[in-house]
Design a protein around this ligand. Structure first.
Ligand SMILES: [Zn+2]
Length: 403
């Protein structure tokens, strides 16, 4: 089968998993049935290729070509994640995993034998859609998220991560830093669909990621006072929704003031009755900036403004600006015909690994809509193949050839 045929085949195997037929978006949340189906599909693909699958202490799936424990310098890993945001697109995550598998196929069909082992990884819970902390899979194994905190995270139904993992047949008591898993990784190159329009403007199919912006998530608890919508005078109201709306507006203003990005994309209103004045509201803030001072200033301004009405802001997760290794980035750009080098406001497991001292970089594949975290997210088939080819080139270079 041609590489294009194989790509289409792999893609069609997962196209229906966790897809909402109404919106066309994906709902593949960590440790749910859809996620487990994706994991099973991945392990089947790895078995079909004779790759050795190792689950680390968090349940990230590492499929190795060659024995990483026999390499003193560690292997070369690629891959991404198979979970999604609510109503996510098809490419964010899966493109990196599928491209990793196909890059291995391509290298093998060229008769290439790697000197260092090569892995494809599926990181669990990258989006944090269910438990609220992004990149939970890589954060736990690097120690950036403590096992106790991870186990206690709750989803919207009150189910803890520990309970969800146990229901999926995992042992949450094993959660924790996994230096053995990390020691196997000499370098990590994550391929990802671009979440923006840079590559369209530059007329290139692939680019190289140079750094991730500083970013984080905050929870804003907004107090109010429950009362009757039909009998309470406007002047007597303490309406949490009004303050919540103000929080949304001040968030936008702060982002504009500091050249950052700040978004409130999730709100919960209590008690949530049409004829009841809200007793409280919770809003979740996502804020990002290319540098730390801009992020700090943005968040401080929002905190000050919402604090003036009694709201309390709590940091849920925070990742500093993450530069990828300069030498590795230049090497990739050189290997890929002078591919453009770009920073991104999106967070990725590659960033968490880089912060833990792993040599890491990223390859982006052009997205003709520029839209991501939506069913409109896309990548053209020929660009996907260009991504696979780029990844194969990079893996072969980094892993070296057996003499
Ligand atoms: Zn992603």
């Amino acid at each position: 089968m041609t590489q294009a045929g194989t790509f289409e085949q792999l893609w069609s195997e997962i196209a229906g998993i966790g897809r909402d037929p109404t919106t066309g978006g994906y709902r593949r949340f960590a440790w749910t049935e859809a996620d487990l189906s994706m994991r099973e599909w991945f392990s089947g693909q790895c078995a079909a290729r004779g790759l050795d699958l190792i689950e680390d202490r968090m349940g990230n799936q590492w499929a190795w070509w060659g024995d990483p424990d026999r390499s003193t310098t560690g292997g070369i890993a690629t891959g991404s994640h198979l979970d999604s945001v609510p109503d996510g697109g098809a490419f964010d995550g899966p493109l990196g995993v599928v491209s990793g598998l196909l890059a291995i196929d391509r290298l093998r069909s060229n008769g290439y034998a790697p000197r260092r082992p090569i892995a494809v990884v599926n990181f669990v819970d990258e989006e944090g859609a269910r438990f609220g902390v992004s990149c939970a899979g890589s954060r736990v194994i690097t120690g950036a998220l403590s096992a106790d905190r991870a186990r206690a995270l709750r989803d919207a139904d009150g189910v803890t991560m520990a309970e969800a993992m146990r229901a999926a047949g995992r042992q949450p008591d094993q959660l924790g830093p996994d230096p053995d898993a990390l020691a196997r990784v000499g370098a990590f190159v994550e391929l990802h669909v671009e979440q923006g329009r840079d590559l369209i403007d530059r007329g290139r199919a692939v680019g190289v990621g140079s750094r991730l912006w500083a970013h984080g998530r905050w929870r804003i608890e907004i107090p109010g006072e429950a009362n009757h919508a039909g009998t309470t005078r406007l002047s007597d109201r303490r309406d949490a929704v009004i303050e919540c709306a103000r929080a949304v507006i001040v968030t936008r203003a702060a982002a504009e003031a500091y050249g950052s990005l700040a978004t409130i994309g999730k709100i919960s209103i209590q008690p949530g009755g049409v004829n009841a004045i809200a007793s409280s509201a919770t809003a979740w803030l996502d804020a990002r900036a290319d540098d730390e001072p801009a992020l700090r200033a943005t968040v401080a301004q929002i905190e000050e403004e919402v604090g003036s009405s009694g709201a309390v802001m709590t940091e849920e997760s925070r990742t500093p600006q993450t530069p990828f290794d300069d030498v590795l980035v230049s090497r990739l750009a050189g290997l890929l015909d002078g591919a453009p080098v770009m920073s991104t406001g999106a967070g990725h497991d590659a960033g968490i690994l880089a912060n833990a001292g792993v040599l890491a970089a990223m390859i982006f594949v052009r997205n003709p809509t520029g839209v991501s975290h939506s069913p409109a997210e896309r990548a053209e088939p020929e660009d996907c193949l260009a991504g696979v080819a780029a990844l194969a080139t990079v893996l072969a270079d980094l892993a070296g050839a057996e003499q």
